[in-house]
Design a protein around this ligand. Structure first.
Ligand SMILES: [Zn+2]
Ligand SMILES: [Zn+2]
Length: 197
């Protein structure tokens, strides 16, 4: 399908501002809310698969345009520098200049790349510090698994159970490196059977 008019206009405007030749734009639909995008520098193209959220269409296209404008050397190796500080300096500037409120940009971008929050704080994007603090406290408050003892500490007695080796006391399967270690051990080995609640 052909890209919508606003998207073509946006590509033209961003590239004119930056004084770089525009990429071709491929546009498809995808199921689901979020859009995805990819920039193929060698082919001179940006491809977007547009989900159902129109704000995310715009952010996705601007994100790919930020890759298009980012210095080639930083894009080449992918990984950390692909979405590093230099990239986000360009991206958040584009988001703001082309119609995304900082709050929306932070929300949508950090849903894809958590690390964008850290860069946004360093770049002074409004609301970024609060968003990062909120994210960190949410991480801290995630419920931890609690473990309790199902069978108290006891000596392991290796037994066969069909094709498995088990502890004859607690019936736990013993495999791999643990099994090798227990077979090698000169002194009796003890263990505890724990369960997550
Ligand atoms: Zn990207
Ligand atoms: Zn046992």
């Amino acid at each position: 399908m052909t890209a919508p008019g606003w998207a073509l206009d946006l590509v033209a405007a961003v590239c004119a501002d930056a004084d770089v030749p525009p990429p071709r734009l491929a546009w498809r639909r995808r199921a689901g809310e979020a859009s995805t995008g990819v920039t193929r520098r060698h082919d001179g193209m940006i491809a977007v698969r547009a989900g159902t959220d129109p704000l995310d269409h715009r952010l996705t296209l601007l994100h790919e345009l930020a890759h298009w404008l980012a210095p080639a050397a930083r894009v080449r190796r992918g990984g950390a520098t692909h979405h590093g500080r230099a990239f986000y300096a360009i991206a958040f500037t584009l988001y703001r200049r082309h119609g995304l409120a900082d709050a929306d940009a932070l929300r949508l971008e950090s849903a894809r790349y958590r690390s964008s929050l850290r860069h946004a704080v360093a770049l002074g994007v409004s609301g970024a510090e609060a968003a990062l603090a909120e994210h960190r406290s949410a991480m801290r408050e995630r419920p931890h698994r609690r473990w309790r003892v199902l069978v108290p500490e006891h000596r392991v007695r290796l037994e066969r159970d069909g094709r498995w080796t088990i502890c004859g006391t607690c019936r736990q399967r013993i495999v791999g490196i643990n099994l090798a270690r227990m077979r090698r051990a000169r002194r009796p080995v003890s263990h505890v059977l724990m369960t997550a609640t």
